[in-house]
Design a protein around this ligand. Sequence first.
Ligand code: ZN
Length: 1018
Amino acid sequence: MHNDRGLVERRIQRELWERVLPLAHRDSRALSIEAGPDLDHLEPFAPRTKWGAPWATTWFRFTGEIPPDWAGRPVEAVIDLGFHPDAAGFQCEGLLVDLHDDGTFSPLQGIHPRRTNYALDADPGPVVLHLEAASNPTFAGYQPSRFGLVETAGERPLYQFRRASLVVVDLDARALAFDIEVLDGVMRALADDDPRRARLARTLAEALDRVPDVAAARRVLAPALAEDFGDAVRHRSVAVGHAHIDTAWLWPLRETVRKCIRSFASAAALMDDYPEYTFCASSAQHYTWIEEREPELFAAITERVERGQWIPVGGMWVEADMNLPSGESLVRQIVFGQRYFEERFGARCTEVWIPDVFGYPAGLPQVFAAGGMDRFVTQKLSWNKQNRFPHNTFWWEGLDGTRVLTHFPPVDTYNAEITPAEFAFSVTNFQDHGWSTDSLMPFGHGDGGGGPTREMVERARRLAHIDSRATLEIDTPAAMFERIERDADRGAAVPVWRGELYFEMHRGTLTSQLKTKLGNRRCERLLVEAELWAATLGRSADVDDLWKQTLTQQFHDILPGSSIAWVHQDAERILGEVDAEVEARITGLLAELAGPTTAVANRGDAAVDEIVTLDLDDADVDGPVQRLADGTTALRVSVPAMAVAPVEALAVDDRVVLSDTSMTNGHLAVRWDAHGNITSIIDLAGAREIVAEGAVAAALEIAVDHPVEYDAWDVESWTVDNGTALTGADGVSVDVVDAGPLVGRVRVERAFGPSTAVITYELRAGSRQLDVHVELDWHHDEHLLSMAFPLDVRADVAMCDVQFGVVARPTHPSSPWDAAKFEVCAHRFVDVAEPDFGVAILNNGRFGHGVFDGRVRVSLARAAQFPDPLADRGHHAVSLAVRPHGAGLADVRDAAGRFNHPLRVVRATDTPTTSRPPRPVVEVTSDPAGVEVDAVKLADDGSGDLIVRLHEACGSRSRVSVVAADRIAAAWRCNLLEEPESGEEVGDGIVAMTLRPFQIVTLRLRRSARADGRSLAP
Ligand SMILES: [Zn+2]
């Protein structure tokens, strides 16, 4: 026999498509079509007609007749709305509905690019089908697109209707097509010189020789499909159905509701045909939409959850970004998620499921575990551009030492199709064969693709035992994790990865769409503040709905800024409404607390005793004050942590002295040149220059920002390397606007190209930091604007503030892993330090930082054109600060807290005050300092217990004392859902405990009715 294998392999593909597949649909007849904007306005519609303006909905009615000679044969409708063949989702979609007599309807099944069939359970006679179709535009090729807003999208129809027909299905012929497709795929996944490859080619050729005798062809293939590889231990690929539905992205939230309905209806329908098939879906928000909009579908889902086929996963409100939300927001993602799943489906989730999120900070393992999930699935790090992550299954160890069992599916996608090629790849790509035999394969088309298809499940059946190295079975993630946990219990050498899972892509999402990010940053802090003041008044803040709205906007394409303009308009509006509502509630609560005197409220967990600027008339305040050029008043106030105090201007024993080029107080001496560039900052106590020799601090830098792909997502290393400093004389004016003695301010206005920046340097009497306020009128296209601080500090790492702690990032690109971290996330500060001296750069509203080569660079603004062509153009304001300090981070953390929570003025009102003394509801002290209070609220169970969540933030072992305004009678440590896990000793009304470095503790305090005389205040 001659070697004609190459020719045979080409023959198989052509004959599968042209000779075998047509056998499956031998009889067909066209359906008549009507279309219109709603069911009352349908008109006759011809195939090949254009339909669907961008973002519009079109209704179709299909009518036809099943002829008598089709009786007893399986019949399907095939509907092709004009799908682009190359994409499984991201385009038009439809929903077949069951129309009820009263005009309402319920979903039957989605119609998607790769799911165009609908099985009819009908006898001969008339057939009527109704379909709601969404003409969502596509966004191709990273090009600026007018489709991102309904106002600019236009009216021109986007799709050309292709086909609507009834077909008779020859089930044996269809099975033959699956047989050939799977064996062909298995063959092609084998090495060229594998003897089995040659045998399979010959077998397939023999089967094709039998076509069109379907039964004979299948008999030829049967032995190859049933090949048995015995009992040898093989890898086990665990396939789980899935549909990754982005909560908003290249479509607005309102369309996601419909995407969920279509995909969930399809996923549920498929279960009836394939009892072995399982489907995972995350995001309590998505289920909530179904529950509200489609109760019948929700009931069908509930029933499938009960029988174990439908598996809620993730335990979170949405699949949130993990870099940008506050720690408390991440907690609430889990609290609201887990509560929902437990209330609706009787059980909490056991796996965190965030396959598509852009990096995972080191505080997460502890948060996941405290939320009841010590297993974690993600896939995104397979996209890393620089380094390949070395494991697929491992213990991920967080900042505090908590470990969660983590799995990266080796198929390197969360939208697998269970092809033989994917199956083979997932086996060869798996990096932990040495100790583990299990891996996950999430399959199903996401984002409008409708999830798993019949074809995928049919392939899974045929692939179950066909590979000599691995089996494939459809099961649940929990089943896989349980086996891995058993392996670990038996002593398997599970690798450990300690510290953050840094994502080597999408670094631009730390900066894109600033207004969405700052809206979130405000709302998540305001919500915590409202809970604090309500608890101080003995009440629940009743802000669950406002929390949920905020949490939805933390979704991993909204908060990162990678969505179309419409999504960000929605986000800014929703977060603006939450902001206004919570502000109003806080104003009311504080009015009750403060009463008839003008007061200041300090929501922070550190006491304030410093010069502040308040929006007050200086005539209203006794004592030393300074009226500032912007109309505010500077004065020294003292307010305990989490407390309200009357406004009193205290004596000040320091002063700011200014000249045309310098500004000094008792701690810092600052100089600038004629162009407003800071050339020197001297820390007077240490007699030490902070600014690197010959350099300029707080200089703006501008760089051309053209990512290779994914414009809003990515920043490239050459972009941050190639910035041009804006330090010249052109377009600059420098003015001293406030000349002390309490506050000195110097205003530098700088025009550059189409944009302008107003930078105000501010030094306050008694302050150890130089504040740098930046106002931008930003009109560049595709540029990155940064502010750089070259520092004369020698440090190998920079400590970056993240949720529930700090993480060290290399200050040098020495190894490939170091070099990849050229843009990193930090929340409120970045610190570089020698053992006894450091300099922190604080911020009140940015996340992207560079820390290489002796300087801290803060990314201020980008201007991507895809997917929102006008992203970020306009006005922005942010404040940064340079703060030298001694050993440790506690001072920096406190300062960063105050920088982000300026005191709030409470106007005198005639609101009746509470009879309670304006004492903090709770006081927390720690030794050493550095314990942070994340939330103070009444328990969600209505018991009246006080919940205090706190964590050690600086990496020390810390002794913590807690007292409350009402005497503490009993205390428990709880999980995130406020359920007691262990009792905490209370001695004389004081809870005293030791926190490990970065440990999070959720305390439940039961209080007696009487006020406690104790205070921890010095
Ligand atoms: Zn996604």
